[in-house]
Design a binder for this molecule. Sequence first.
Ligand code: ADP
Length: 228
Amino acid sequence: MIEFIDVTLTYPNGTKALDGLSFKIERGEFVYLTGRSGAGKSSIMKLLMREENLTSGQIFVDSVEISGLARREIPYLRRSLGMVYQDFKLLPKTTVFDNVAFAMQVVGAGGKAIRKRVPEVLDQVRLSNKARCDISELSGGEQQRVSIARALVNRPTVILADEPTGNLDRIVAMDIMDTLESINKSGTTILMATHAAEIVNARPKRLLVVDDGKLTRDEEGGLYNLDE
Ligand code: ADP
């Protein structure tokens, strides 16, 4: 569950990136976050990860008000939010298995747990047969599926996907959507920031549109106009 209540974010240079934003996403939803460049989408993601601190308002993740978290509690917040990026952010010259395993090592998981869990998530993204391949041997779509496996491996309640199909052609993008939808069906909430009108309109879901730091639309099954 994610809830923003009257959230304002003003950056130190005076830019008001978010201006009184309120919305609630229930557990198990798949929601698109759209809006033109500079509208505030990345700022929403950064606030959720506590990479930025809000100026006023409240943000809840799984019923915890995150601006009150102490520094030592932030890793637990980040573990409950799996991030997927447009440019994958994978470790080069490293195998698929080790890329995913690394996300478990950094949170202190042991070898036995890693050997059990990594194959499970690679199976979920249909990459079991590529586990020993180097990242450079994979297509763009396969690399994005590795990054989805990495986001999932510590069992987050939410996946935050920031333009996950931005570097992929249409057919591969639809395959990534299939993967995200199957993960969503198994219970993980997904918030996906995107500009890709052709994806939003081919697979309508709840649509949030931000403009100038304000929510301008919140529509179940809404279609997206490129000029928004
Ligand atoms: P989007 O992801 O929708 O493109 P952003 O959240 O990146 O939008 O940006 C929202 C507004 O905040 C824009 O006006 C942008 O220039 C500004 N902004 C983003 N990051 C910073 C920052 N670190 N410092 C100052 N202004 C910023």
